[in-house]
Write a protein that binds this ligand. Structure first.
Ligand code: SAH
Length: 327
């Protein structure tokens, strides 16, 4: 689709049913009925950045900070493997305590197991990304957040849009499967800029796209802003499926958080991935990028059982392999 076609669909709600059905059919045709599960470990909520929307931003003195040791991370990895998950996602704030060699040591230990490893640690140098790749990391998630440069600069003090794009290009060059994505519903974000986001995903040939509504966090400068709209976020996700065809798309936790059954609705509108949280419950509460995050109190075993049941009820199966992009 071109930009005009995308903006037309985004600004007209009368064709939503058609759109979600079309995205679901596209998902089925290109990636099938399997749902890939990625076990998420949030290993540090310490962050040097000041992203205006995020509860982990460094000026937030209200949250209790934590960082896991290598052994604690490995304990969570073992728990995830025991639950049957075949991809581990390590996510954190931008925490320089995990310097290159320390991170590589953790990556190598994890890759001794038969799992795919995704990292989501923010902006690093080319050499750092290369070191992670060389010791076995498979994928990297780094959302562009918005392709509206002016809005990007407003939302990210002391950061540069160009560097974020450069990081994504570096990750591609290094051979990672690359995930990016955007927030939907930031103040001053236009429909046109959301269309540009989708075109950007296509242009960089992203392998994974995560899309979530913006949720205001009380200890951030955006606390009084309006929450992003679930249906608009879902439309951006559906259009991403229709335009990028065979990529992996998670039903994001932010969608589940703001709308009842948001995860299952997303899975029936283009998504084919779920990211169960396997962090320790006490830490999940502290990894508060936005408030009332879904799944914070879920027992891992119960969650998986319930998810399996839900997936079967919508005619889907749980993937039995690592779920790399089907090219
Ligand atoms: N430090 C890493 C991980 C960030 S947390 C990085 O920079 O990539 C993962 C994602 O949470 C972010 O990319 C952002 O899109 C999302 N997020 C942060 N704050 C949010 C909020 N208030 N509402 C909804 N999503 C948010």
């Amino acid at each position: 689709m071109n930009k005009q076609e995308i903006t037309d669909i985004l600004s007209d709600n009368s064709k939503n049913d058609w759109l979600f059905k079309k995205a679901d059919e596209t998902r089925r045709k290109y990636v099938g009925d399997e749902v890939h599960l990625r076990a998420l470990i949030e290993f540090s909520n310490i962050c040097k950045r000041q992203c205006l929307y995020c509860g982990l931003r460094s000026p937030n003195k209200e949250i209790e900070r934590y960082r896991l040791s290598k052994d604690e991370i490995l304990d969570s990895v073992k728990k995830a493997i025991k639950l049957g998950y075949q991809t581990i996602v390590l996510q954190s704030g931008e925490d320089d305590n995990y310097y290159q060699d320390k991170m590589c040591d953790i990556i190598k230990e994890i890759k001794k197991h038969d799992v795919a490893l995704t990292l989501s640690l923010g902006e690093k140098t080319f050499d750092e990304y290369k070191a992670y790749k060389d010791c076995g990391a498979d994928r990297f998630l780094l959302r562009i957040e918005t392709t509206d440069k002016k809005l990007y600069q407003q939302m990210h003090p002391n950061a540069s849009f160009e560097n974020r794009v450069q990081c994504l290009e570096n990750l591609k060059t290094l051979g990672f499967e690359v995930g990016t994505g955007c927030l939907v519903g930031l103040a001053n974000q236009t429909i046109e800029s959301l269309a540009n986001d989708i075109l950007f995903f296509k242009e960089i040939d992203a392998d994974m796209i995560g899309i979530g509504p913006f949720i205001p966090h009380n200890q951030t400068p955006l606390k009084d802003m309006k929450q992003g709209d679930f249906w608009l976020a879902l439309k951006v996700m559906a259009l991403t499926r229709i335009n990028l065809l065979n990529i992996n798309i998670p039903a994001t936790t932010a969608m589940e958080t703001i709308y009842p059954q948001g995860r299952l609705i997303a899975l029936q509108s283009g998504a084919n991935v779920v990211m169960p949280n396997v962090s320790e419950i006490e830490n999940r509460k502290k990894y508060e990028i936005y408030p009332d995050k879904a799944g914070v109190y879920d027992d891992e075993i119960e969650f998986k059982k319930k998810l399996e049941k839900d997936l079967i009820s919508i005619g889907r199966t749980i993937s039995t392999h690592k779920g790399f992009r089907k090219k």
